[in-house]
Design a protein around this ligand. Sequence first.
Ligand code: AP5
Length: 228
Amino acid sequence: MRAQEKARPVLILLGPPGAGKGTQARRLEERHGLVQLSTGDMLRAAVAAGTEAGRAAKAVMEVGGLVSDEIVLDILADRLTEADVQEGVILDGFPRTTVQAEALDVMLAEHGERVTGAISMDVDDAAMVSRIAGRFTCGACGEGYHDSFKPTVVEGVCDACGGTEMKRRADDKAETVAARLEAYHAQTAPLIDYYAERRLLDRVDAMGEIDAVTAALSAKVERMREPA
Ligand code: AP5
């Protein structure tokens, strides 16, 4: 990470699997000039590349558990130093444990930075299972879709890039989703209090339609970016 003349925005999206973190981070990226950093995407890339970290992560991800803090922190710390993320980031799926949150604070403080804000995307568990069960993404550009809530305009063809290879995630099976939700409630939900205690927490109702959630998040991001 370079020494910052002006600290970059570091926004965190908190929420259980299927809350819409990825969907919304991609939209906020376009609207606010921030870069989405998804530890889930980074770990899936490491698994696909067969790196040592990827091999260790694969077995845990397949059963819906959390990958070790050590592996995740290594991957994220490297990514935060890259040139394309120096104007600001949206952290999607990170931090997920108190250890990760504390390590992030230390990592940023070393360079005169800090977390700008955390937004909890509030949803109910039952809806999450159906959101995840219907999810698919374009294999070419990564645009996310849902069988019922956000189908492609032309079946099998990506609206964004015209790609025709659609992918479904291996950890989106019902039994794995239950384990992921359990991990969220046990290890990640306590971060809502962590950021509330530091007066960094905001919340949005993420049960609404995708556009309505984007509008609510966008307004909060704008406010967070206003000079104090
Ligand atoms: P990760 O990839 O981060 O998955 P997740 O947190 O389980 O979240 P998802 O990607 O499933 O959901 P999302 O909230 O992004 O929802 P989406 O926008 O896709 O992590 C995967 C695994 O990696 C973890 O289980 C863990 O093993 C490991 N991992 C990752 N980070 C880690 C970390 N920091 N520490 C340790 N381990 C880590 O939306 C879901 C669907 O719903 C889509 O189809 C979408 O179109 C639809 N949808 C979205 N919003 C709406 C809406 N408002 N209404 C209706 N449908 C909607």
